[in-house]
Design a protein around this ligand. Structure first.
Ligand code: RP5
Length: 167
């Protein structure tokens, strides 16, 4: 049981999808994580996606590569937000995955992140949940503040040392 469901078409997607899980862990958001292939096990996939809302899932993060139908089919079956994560592929550099996920027909949106964008998918899921969770929103503000501080530190180092001595 979890507020978010992370699903991927293959364990070869794990490197990217684990980044989404890490973000959810960081923010204390509960999630389920599954490997389910829409193409290789369509019946199981349908059952899983149809049951997600009843299980308490509020956002699905779906990652897939190549002819990546998993996120779009999640959006067809699940009434709440679906975030799609296109995988990098060796033959077409992930454009196949990206176009398969982002080019949804009108009426069935998938919020598509960048190729390999597992981390942003996790952050986006947190932001969606933060709409009705002030405590989570506060954590997100803190997270943004930390990112800003990191960049400021880097710039201060650059101003101090110049680019030749910037490591
Ligand atoms: C998709 O096909 C998966 O999401 C994966 O990105 C791609 C390749 O799958 P494997 O052949 O590595 O299992 O369904």
């Amino acid at each position: 049981m979890g507020q978010v469901a992370i699903v991927m078409g293959s364990d070869s997607d794990m490197g990217v999808m684990s980044k989404a899980a890490e973000v959810l862990d960081q923010f204390g958001i509960s999630y389920e994580m599954r490997i389910i292939s829409a193409h290789r096990e369509p019946e199981l996939f349908f059952e899983w996606a149809r049951g997600a809302e009843k299980r308490g899932v509020r956002v699905i993060i779906a990652g897939a590569g190549m002819a990546a139908h998993l996120p779009g089919m999640c959006a067809a079956l699940f009434p709440l937000p679906v975030i799609g994560v296109p995988m990098h592929t060796s033959s077409l550099g992930g454009r196949d995955s990206l176009y398969s996920i982002v080019q949804m027909p009108s009426g069935i949106p998938v919020a598509t992140v960048a190729i390999g964008g597992g981390k942003n998918a996790g952050i986006l899921a947190a932001k969606i949940l933060a709409v009705s969770n002030p405590e989570l929103l506060e954590k997100l503000r803190h997270f943004s503040g930390e990112m800003q501080a990191e960049v400021e530190k880097k710039d201060a180092r650059l101003q101090e040392n110049g680019y030749q001595d910037y490591h």
